[in-house]
Design a protein. Structure first.
Length: 116
């Protein structure tokens, strides 16, 4: 089964939904990066896009209970760099870690900027 019924039930019971607009910051070796995220949650699936100084990029991910995983790809120095986030939803915030391809990882935090 590609998707757990228990995970879906946990998400529904916790009433966690990440659909909406978010302002996010993640730490890189060169300092903090800021972006806006526009997310849509349908069951366990998360889709959307980011807007940052690097342009726009599609987001794909999943949610299980209050745990989220999603990623997008930016272009850095002409090369693609995948940013992969793992975190927890804490009210109107997502707190966790952003892995920067093979370049390390840093803190990630997003705050919801709209109502659902």
């Amino acid at each position: 089964m590609p998707f757990s019924i228990l995970a879906l039930l946990a998400t529904l019971l916790l009433d966690v939904n990440v659909t909406g607009a978010w302002e996010a910051t993640y730490v890189t070796p060169l300092g903090p990066q800021e972006l806006k995220m526009y997310l849509t949650q349908e069951g366990p699936r998360i889709t959307g896009h980011t807007m940052s100084e690097f342009g726009e990029a599609p987001i794909r991910g999943s949610i299980s209970g209050d745990e989220v995983k999603f990623s997008w790809t930016e272009t850095d120095g002409g090369k693609p760099l995948e940013i992969a986030v793992t975190g927890k939803v804490e009210g109107d915030a997502i707190v966790g870690t952003a892995s920067l391809g093979g370049r390390g990882q840093g803190r990630f935090r997003a705050e919801r900027t709209d109502e659902r």
